[in-house]
Design a protein around this ligand. Structure first.
Ligand code: G16
Length: 551
């Protein structure tokens, strides 16, 4: 067993000191905070990624530098495990310890302890592929990351400026190259070719879709969508909006999937662009979330969020499985979180098994793996569909007995190619939605009428310490601060169809409050009253109440 290159790590680490006053936490989607404070964290993540690769026998680990839907001044980093999925949970704690070692000596001790507890054979190779989004703080943070690679001696491949889901795709493609589970060419070209090829097969012979407007959130999705458009040709005409990746301050600002979901309205930049009946969608800053919407003939805005996507897609897949004659072999299930609209849960649960898990793609992904075909979507538009290895083998071996069965089977096989099964992927999900709409001849209105959303409201509350908020039952109940849940329950009872829950965010320094009720005004009132309770409990400054509640 070789040793850690102590002196090398020491000299690099001294150039990336940890800010003494800050504590970092590997949260819902990695480390995420102000980009200007992340230099030491990202450097250390470089070393950590290398150690994770050594632990897994030199398999390639992914590192993505992004803060996704967060404002432009934030940045972050997440690690991707070899099959393209999120970092294994036990290593999140290791990452937090390593990121918080106060000095270089303490860092060396933490790394040494990690090597021992995780039984890492340091003689194994370390391989990493990394990428970043378009944030201005990205280049400097990438150079800190590269110092981390140099400090440990990592064989690193630069994925450049790209979307989070493309980085996940690359990780899986690299690690499955030349095996029977090969995921595709390990390049961006491989990704676009795979998705666009499957899309064209799935809509062959159908009426060509009308042009689709994409709000690219002024982020990396703009260049990815432009590239995808060239591979799609005229099979799906795309109109790209909010594609400014150079003007400071515009990323995710008054546009993008998070804006649409939380404001429940059209990005102002689309007001004169979107015609009644036309489909449009928004990506977020790293293109892993997707929100659809349309205006009706009266110009009224209608949002088709992650729950509506799950309903559309799950119903389509169930129908194909049935048409293929596979319903007794292949079971489809859905995974949601507490944010799922109550009406969507009701609609889905009447048709399929539905499970509720805590927020965070990693939780949904793992739960979805328990189904033959697992459809998971967060209401915020983050999700995908997983086909188990066994299901994919069933498709490959199955001999259909009628032409109709054969067609349905081919569609299912093409869906396994169209869908990015590593993680939620806005572009892949967008193609999936377009396939279903094309097959069903649905416009936005027909899709929207699958069920009627219960009015709901999401608000953020700034508190002094969000870590005092602890939850249970898939985040549907607060256990701390003590007594607060009882007060929320009491309030909820006063609203028809009322439901509300409170949880600390894992990506922003806020507590989130969700409420729904039979009427919009009631959902708003309930959300703000629960937010008021949270604010009072958390010792907020009374002079700032309630204007501190951000939408
Ligand atoms: C990330 C996670 C999502 C999660 C979201 C909000 O999204 O990947 O699973 O729903 O954060 O999490 P929280 O409410 O804990 O802040 P993204 O798109 O920002 O990577």
């Amino acid at each position: 067993m070789s040793n850690l290159p102590i002196e090398n790590i020491r000299s690099f680490s001294d150039a990336h000191p940890k800010p003494s006053a800050l504590h970092f936490q590997y949260g819902t989607a990695g480390f995420r905070t102000l980009g200007s404070t992340l230099d030491s964290v990202i450097f250390r993540v470089g070393i950590l990624a290398g150690l994770r690769s050594k632990r897994l026998d030199g398999r390639t680990i992914g590192v993505m530098v992004t803060a996704s839907h967060n404002p432009e001044e934030d940045n972050g980093v997440k690690l991707v495990d070899p099959r393209g999925e999120m970092l294994e949970a036990s290593w999140e704690a290791h990452a937090t310890v390593v990121a918080n070692a106060p000095t270089t000596d303490a860092l060396l001790e933490a790394l040494d302890a990690l090597v021992k507890t995780a039984k890492i054979d340091l003689s194994k190779p370390a391989r990493v592929v990394y990428a970043r989004d378009t944030r201005p703080s990205g280049p400097a943070l990438i150079s800190a990351l590269e110092d981390g690679f140099k400090a440990l001696g990592v064989e690193a491949r630069d994925g450049g400026v790209t979307t989070t889901p493309i980085l996940h795709y690359l990780v899986k493609a690299i690690n499955t190259k030349g095996t029977k589970e090969s995921y595709g060419e390990d390049s961006e070209d491989g990704y676009y070719t795979k998705l666009s090829g499957a899309f064209k097969k799935l809509i062959a012979g159908k009426t060509k879709p009308d042009p689709l407007i994409i709000d690219c959130a002024n982020g990396v999705g703009a260049s990815a969508a432009a590239k995808l458009a060239t591979y799609l040709g005229d099979s799906l005409p795309l109109i790209l909006e909010n594609t400014d990746i150079t003007t400071p301050g515009v990323l995710n600002h008054a546009c993008g999937a998070d804006y649409v979901k939380t404001q429940q309205k059209l990005p102002p930049s689309l007001i004169d662009r979107l015609q009644p009946g036309q489909r449009a969608c928004s990506l977020d800053g790293d293109a892993d979330r997707l929100m659809y919407y349309y205006l009706d003939e009266r110009g009224q805005f209608h949002m088709l969020d992650g729950d509506k996507i799950a309903a559309l897609v799950a119903a389509f897949i169930v129908e194909l499985v049935k048409l293929a004659g596979l319903e007794s072999d292949v079971k489809v299930g859905v995974v949601q979180t507490a944010y799922a609209n109550g009406a969507s849960t009701k609609y889905l649960a009447e048709r399929l098994p539905v499970k509720c898990v805590p927020t965070g793609v990693k939780h949904l992904h793992h739960a979805a793996e328990h189904y033959d075909i697992g459809v998971y979507f967060e209401a915020n538009g983050h999700g995908t569909v997983l086909f188990s290895q066994q299901t994919q083998e069933t498709f490959a071996k199955y001999e259909p007995s009628t032409p109709a069965q054969s067609t349905a089977l081919n569609h299912l096989i093409n869906l396994t190619q169209l869908i990015n099964q590593t993680v939620g992927d806005a572009l892949s999900d967008m193609l999936l939605v377009e396939v279903v709409l094309t097959h069903k001849s649905y416009a936005g209105a027909e899709w929207n009428s699958l069920y009627a959303d219960l009015p709901n409201r999401l608000v953020k509350v700034v508190v002094s310490d969000r870590n005092t908020f602890k939850t249970e039952d898939a985040e549907r109940r607060l256990v701390s601060p003590p007594g607060l849940q009882a007060k929320i329950n009491e309030l909820v009872l006063r609203y028809e169809g009322g439901r509300s829950f409170v949880r600390p965010s894992g990506t922003e320094d806020v507590v989130r409050v969700y409420a729904e009720a039979a009427l919009k005004s009631q959902a708003d009132e309930l959300a703000f009253r629960v937010a008021g309770l949270v604010y009072d409990e958390a010792g907020g400054d009374p002079s700032k109440r309630p204007s501190e509640f951000l939408p």
